[in-house]
Every structure is written in structure tokens, then in C-alpha cells.
Design a protein around this ligand. Structure first.
Ligand code: APR
Length: 304
């Protein structure tokens, strides 16, 4: 198994570390900044004797090195800087993602493509369009991260181990995410039987704002431990072909009353990518929110 990680920054570098430490695939780490990926890869290689791992990692600024990759994860992009509008960020990151997708088409045309760069849902839609890949091979990481954040906050509120919480967040990765509070369970018990409406609403709100909460505290940069862990989980599912239901940004055409949209929904993810879109029985309000989120993504894509 060969996994290419594009962008060796906080998310990409930490993702590469997680893959190498899990010892199941070779990694190629690519960054436009000459030496940056190469330096990180040497550092990661030096850790192998200490960790007992043996898979290789190559760091480079040469996209030809991704040749034959089974999975390509795109984390390359700029974070939003002061004074930059969302539209500026959208254009800049679309430029970067577009270049990367062209390189993937050229050197690794068989790969599964996992998008991490923000704005996530628009970048996924753009990568799908630009690559011409079949929709099951182009996937966005958003829902797994948002669901983990939601689950963590529920676990803290109830003082139970985080792994006891089953949570699902759909919609856009951003303000228009939809934490499905009524479907959350803890040890098999529905969340509404464990916490008050107000408590649940507060957790859902904090989940939506979690990225901003972290950005404000960090002072520079944005979250990367949980984002890289979420990307790692998706990479592992695909690399090991262990079909698993996760929320992810995928191409939806028909389900949820959506027409050719890229948005976060539950999918059956496996070694072939998105095997199936799972259509949840949403209530009217949730369905409206999902459709509105899909419309926002479509409008941004049209802008591009
Ligand atoms: N090709 C390859 N790498 C690139 C390119 C490019 N065309 N353009 C930029 N990069 C690299 C940068 O050199 C940098 O090392 O992408 C890396 C991004 O790393 P960080 O700035 O540390 O950003 P990070 O925190 O990793 O976030 C990356 O993931 O979660 C999202 O919102 C986040 O869109 C952002 C992305």
C-alpha cells in the first residue's frame, strides 16, 4: 500500500506520522516548499528504530513521486489569514487543489482521493469536477472530525469514555454542519434520555464552533490533531478495505432530494471508496438544513 499525503504542514505532517506509526503503508509526503517535506520525512524515518516500525516515507516537492499511490490525501492549502475573505480563501485554495488534482490525474490516476483542505465540501466538489474521476473515488473528510468533536463533548458532559458515544454529524464542514443529536447514543442509550434539551443544544452549538474555539486559543494556525486523526481513520478504512459507515462529503444524486451535490452524509466507505450513500430518515427540519448546506456548496462551486 502506498499513500501520498499532499501538504506537509500541521495536518499533513501529523497524518504522515500517524500512518507511519501504524506500520501498514509506505508514505510519500509532498509539499511545494522545497525541503519541508524532505526534512519531516527524515525525522520520521529516524523514529522507526524507536517505534519498531519499518515502512518507508519519502518527502519531496516532486509530484512524480506519487506515481502508483493507492490513496492520495490532499491537505495542501492556506489557512484563512486576517483580512482575507472567505471568497479569497476559496479562490486561493481552489488554485492549489486544482494543481494538485492535475498532478494526481497525471501520476496516480487510479488513486482514491481524500480531500482535507478547506472549505472542505467545495474543495471536494471542485476536485471531483476537475479530476473527472468517478464519484465514489473522491471523498471529503469533514463529518468524521465533526462527529468526533461532538462525541468528545458528549463524553465529557456524561463523564463516560469517548468510545461509548456514537455520534453522527452531517451537512457542510463549517457553520452549516448538522449534529444529529436525536440519533446520538451512549452505550446504546439515546442522548435525549441522558441530557436535557438545553444541554444537548449547548453541546451541538459548541461542536459547530469547535474549530473557531481552537483557532482563537492557538493564536496561529488551526486544529490538526483531531483533523489528522479523522483523515487517518478514513485512510485506514480504505487501505484495509474494512467497509465501515462514516459521515463523509460525497457526491449525492437522488438521495435526500439532492441533485448532483457534494455534501456530508453517512456513507459505506471501503477499499473502493464510497460504496454506498446511506439515506437516513431525517425529519423535515434536518432535511431542509441539509438541502440548504448543499445549495451553499453549489453556489460556491459556481463562483469558481
Ligand atoms: N502543493 C503542495 N503543497 C502545498 C501547495 C501546493 N500547491 N500549496 C501549499 N502547500 C503546503 C504549504 O507549503 C504548507 O506546508 O500546504 C501546507 C499546509 O500546511 P499548514 O499551513 O500547516 O496548514 P494545515 O494546518 O496543515 O491545514 C491544511 O487542512 O484542515 C485544513 O483548513 C485546513 O485547508 C487547511 C488544510
Amino acid at each position: 500500500m502506498k499513500i501520498a499525503v499532499i501538504g506537509a504542514g500541521n495536518v499533513g505532517g501529523t497524518l504522515a506520522q500517524r500512518i507511519v506509526e501504524a506500520n501498514f503503508a509506505d508514505v510519500v509526503l509532498v509539499d511545494i516548499a522545497a525541503g519541508f517535506a524532505a526534512g519531516k520525512s527524515l525525522d520520521l524515518l529516524d523514529a522507526r528504530p524507536l517505534l519498531g516500525t519499518e515502512y518507508g516515507i519519502v518527502g519531496t516537492n516532486d509530484f512524480a513521486q506519487i506515481a502508483g499511490a493507492d490513496i492520495v490525501v490532499i491537505t495542501a492549502g492556506l489557512p484563512r489569514q486576517p483580512g482575507m475573505t472567505r471568497e479569497d480563501l476559496l479562490k486561493k485554495n481552489a488554485g492549489i487543489v486544482g494543481e494538485v488534482v492535475d498532478a494526481v490525474k497525471r501520476y496516480a490516476p487510479q488513486a482514491l482521493l481524500l480531500l482535507v483542505t478547506n472549505p472542505l465540501d467545495v474543495m471536494t466538489a471542485y476536485a471531483l469536477k476537475r479530476s473527472g474521476f468517478s464519484p465514489e473515488r473522491v471523498i471529503g473528510m469533514g463529518g468524521v472530525l465533526d462527529s468526533a468533536r461532538f462525541a468528545n463533548l458528549v463524553a465529557e458532559a456524561l463523564r463516560v469514555p469517548p468510545a461509548q458515544v456514537q455520534a453522527m454529524v452531517i451537512g457542510a464542514h463549517g457553520q452549516e454542519m448538522i449534529p444529529l443529536t436525536r440519533l446520538c447514543t451512549v452505550g446504546g442509550v439515546p442522548l435525549p434520555d441522558l441530557l436535557s434539551k438545553e444541554q444537548i443544544a449547548a453541546i451541538a452549538k459548541r461542536t459547530v464552533e469547535r474549530g473557531a474555539e481552537i483557532v482563537n486559543l492557538l493564536g496561529k494556525g488551526s486544529a490538526f490533531y483531531a483533523p489528522s486523526a479523522a483523515a487517518f481513520r478514513m485512510v485506514k478504512i480504505m487501505a484495509t478495505d474494512q467497509a465501515t459507515i462514516v459521515p463523509a462529503c460525497a457526491f449525492v444524486d437522488g438521495a435526500y432530494g439532492l441533485h448532483k451535490a457534494c455534501i456530508g452524509v453517512p456513507v459505506l466507505l471501503s477499499g473502493s471508496g464510497v460504496e454506498k450513500i446511506i439515506e437516513l430518515a431525517l425529519d423535515k427540519k434536518e432535511l431542509k438544513q441539509l438541502q440548504a448546506a448543499a445549495d451553499t456548496v453549489r453556489a460556491a462551486l459556481e463562483q469558481l
